[in-house]
Ligand binder design. Structure first.
Ligand code: XLS
Ligand code: MG
Length: 345
């Protein structure tokens, strides 16, 4: 079968201005139009959205306004020849999500989180995508005893069921992350996400999204997470980036910290035929804070370049020789063979 060419995507937040918890922005804010133009200029195919990237100040608007603004955005996107890959409800900014969104101890806050998620579905429908991504940012605790984790599983299932019932066509991809902003998140890995899917009313419409850095933060190999999700046919999107060990979420360019881990992710995507059903390769990467305005898109172009070079590496890997070494249990030679291949011989 002819190998599928990959399609690429990023979100407006990936052209970020450089603020961190210790300092303000270091690059001037840019309009959405500028970001869309940038995406087009560097030849990406799609954009991913938070609900309020698509409709700013969404909570201040009526349902009709939300739909109308989303429709206007869709026209802008289609004029630019760019697809909307997914929409994700931003459930971690509003004061009502301070103690978690779906798992808040306050029933009024939980109701807000569900309503906001249904509006996110309205936005997705207008933008022409059936994919809703749930990064469950604050669904967890700082203080273990502050919430009942057993009940929180029920809350998560209830919220997802409401979304599934609201629109019979949408699919929900859970993006797990083990910590940050929380000390402990309730859905830290792909195994948790897919197990949760089984408790919902329509497990076939609940899958996952793997982000490299999040898997590494959970102490896992992202390539194994990819194979696991694909074994269920449930890898519906991917956020490739990189992460140097167990620290804050770094969102480095793909392959920047560990080329071999990146190679194995690409190999896993290739062997599972990722992209054949229209899935996009998304880069959830950020510029380094030191980045000058004139180099603002380099992290995105570099990530795609590294990805494509690694696709070549995956396709030219001597599988026959690897199999012979595996048969001989000569894993030392196999290990070195991978290094030599990545180093260019
Ligand atoms: C944050 C997440 C976020 C999601 C979308 O760590 O990666 O960017 O991808 O809400
Ligand atoms: Mg992400």
């Amino acid at each position: 079968m002819k190998p599928q060419p990959y399609k690429f995507c990023f979100g407006p937040w990936n052209i970020s201005e450089g603020q961190d918890p210790y300092g303000p922005p270091v690059r001037p804010p840019q309009s959405f139009e500028w970001k869309l133009e940038a995406l087009k200029k560097i030849g990406f195919d799609a954009m991913m959205f938070h609900d309020d990237d698509a409709v700013p100040d969404i909570d201040q608007k009526t349902d009709a306004q939300v739909r109308q603004e989303a429709r206007a955005l869709r026209r802008k996107l289609s004029d630019a020849g760019i697809a909307a890959e997914m929409v994700a409800p931003r459930l971690w900014f509003d004061p009502r999500t301070i103690d978690g969104a779906y798992t808040s101890n306050d029933p009024k806050c939980r109701a807000y989180a569900i309503q906001r998620s249904l509006r996110c579905i309205d936005v997705a429908r207008e933008l022409g995508t059936d994919l809703i991504v749930l990064w469950l940012a604050r669904e967890g605790t700082y203080v273990r005893e502050s919430k009942n984790a057993r009940r929180c599983v029920d809350y998560l299932v209830e919220a997802i069921n409401r979304m599934l019932a609201y629109d019979r066509k949408i699919r929900i991809a859970i993006e797990p992350k083990p910590n940050e902003p929380m000390d402990q998140a309730y859905i830290p890995t792909i195994g948790h996400a897919l197990a949760l899917a089984q408790l919902t009313d329509d497990p076939d419409r609940v899958g996952c999204l793997i982000e490299t850095a999040h898997a590494i933060l959970a102490g896992l190999d992202p390539a194994d997470e990819i194979d696991f999700a694909c074994a269920f046919g449930k890898l519906w999107s991917i956020h490739l980036n990189d992460q140097n060990g167990l620290k804050f979420d770094q969102d480095k360019p793909f392959g920047s910290a560990n080329l071999r881990v990146a190679f194995n992710q690409v190999r896993a995507l290739e062997r599972n035929g990722y992209g054949r059903k229209g899935e996009y390769v998304c880069f959830d990467v950020h510029p380094f804070r030191t980045t000058k305005v004139e180099h603002w898109l380099a992290h995105l172009e570099n990530s795609r370049r590294t990805f494509l070079r690694l696709v070549e590496k995956a396709r030219t890997f001597d599988e026959k020789q690897a199999r012979a070494l595996i048969r001989d249990r000569n894993y030392a030679a196999l290990d070195q063979m991978v290094l030599e291949h990545l180093m260019g011989r």
